[in-house]
Write a protein that binds this ligand. Structure first.
Ligand code: NAP
Length: 248
C-alpha cells in the first residue's frame, strides 16, 4: 500500500500524523500556496501535478494504491482532477470532508452561490466588512469600493491590494471565539463574508458573528462529482484497511 494525501488543510495534517502513527506508507501533497506550510509527519511534495493527466501520471509513476482527498471543500479543481485521475488509473479514492455549517437560531445569513453573488449581496451604502475568504478571491470586491474591508491572510500580501480601503491582518488559524469577537467588535464590522468550510477550525467567526448580530454572507460549497466521503481521520484509516485505533 502507498497512499497519496492531497492536503493543505488542518484536517489533512491531522490525517498525516495518524497515517505516520499507523505506519502507513504515504506521500503528502501541497499545492504550494502558503510560504511556510505547517509541519506534519509525512514525506512531502509541493507543486501542482499538471491537471488530471499529470496526477494520473504521478499515481502510476509513484505506484500509488490509494488517494485521499483532504483538500479544502472549496478546492474544487483539485478534487475534480482527483476523481478523473483515479477513474483513469482505477485507484480507490476517498474524500475527507467535514460537514458544512448549518444555520442555527440567531444566525443572520444571506446564502449565496459564489464570490460574485457575495459582492452583489453587500449593500450599496458604505459598511465595514470582514472578508474571511482567502486572498485569491478578493479582487471582485473592488466592484464595491465604498466599503472598509478587513482581510485576514496566512501570509503578508506581496503586492498592492485591489481594494482601496482595506486593513490586512496576517494570522493563521485555528481562531478562538473570543479573538474573533474582539476582532469584529473592535472594528464595528457589519458584514462577514465567509465560505461554508465546515469543521471547527474556522468556525469561531461564525459563532462570533451570531453573538454580535452581524450579517453573514455565506458562500455555498461548489458542486463536486460523486465520490466516497468520510468525515473523520479514523474513518480514513479504517478505509485503508487498518485498525482505526492506530490512527487515534
Ligand atoms: P484548486 O483551485 O482546487 O486548485 C487549483 C490547482 O492547484 C489544482 O488544479 C492543482 O493543480 C493545484 N493543487 C491544489 N491542491 C493541490 C495539492 N494538495 N497538491 C498538489 N496540487 C494541488 O484549489 P485552491 O482553492 O487554489 O487551494 C489550493 C490548496 O490550498 C489546496 O491544497 C487546498 O487544500 C488548500 N486550501 C485551500 C483553501 C481554500 O479556501 N480554497 C483553504 C485552505 C487551504 P493541477 O491541476 O495542475 O495539478
Amino acid at each position: 500500500m502507498r497512499a497519496l494525501l492531497l492536503g493543505g488543510t488542518g484536517d489533512a495534517n491531522q490525517l498525516a500524523d495518524a497515517l505516520a502513527r499507523a505506519r502507513i506508507d504515504a506521500i503528502y501533497s501541497y499545492a504550494g500556496r502558503t510560504q511556510i506550510p505547517l509541519p506534519h509527519a509525512l514525506p512531502t511534495r509541493i507543486s501542482a501535478f499538471g491537471g488530471a493527466q499529470g496526477l494520473a501520471d504521478f499515481i502510476r509513476h509513484e505506484r500509488i494504491t490509494h488517494v485521499i482527498d483532504a483538500t479544502h471543500p472549496f478546492a474544487a479543481e483539485m478534487s475534480r482532477h482527483a476523481v478523473e485521475a483515479c477513474d483513469a488509473t482505477n485507484t480507490p479514492l476517498v474524500a475527507l470532508e467535514r460537514a458544512p455549517w448549518m444555520r442555527t437560531a440567531g444566525d443572520n445569513w444571506i446564502e449565496v452561490s459564489g464570490i460574485d453573488a457575495a459582492v452583489a449581496a453587500l449593500p450599496d451604502a458604505s459598511a465595514r466588512v470582514f472578508l474571511a475568504i482567502g486572498r485569491q478571491h478578493i479582487a471582485p470586491f473592488a466592484g464595491k469600493p465604498q466599503h472598509a474591508y478587513t482581510l485576514r491572510f496566512v501570509d503578508a500580501p506581496d503586492g498592492a491590494l485591489p481594494l482601496p480601503n482595506a486593513e490586512v491582518i496576517v494570522s493563521r488559524g485555528p481562531f478562538s471565539l473570543a479573538g474573533d469577537r474582539e476582532l469584529m467588535a473592535s472594528r464595528g464590522i457589519a458584514y462577514l463574508v465567509a465560505r461554508n468550510s465546515g469543521g471547527s477550525g474556522a468556525r469561531a467567526k461564525i459563532d462570533a458573528a451570531r453573538e454580535l448580530g452581524i450579517r453573514v454572507v455565506m458562500i455555498a460549497r461548489p458542486t463536486l462529482p460523486e465520490r466516497p466521503r468520510v468525515e473523520s481521520v479514523e474513518q480514513v484509516i479504517a478505509w485503508l484497511g487498518h485498525d482505526a485505533r492506530l490512527g487515534a
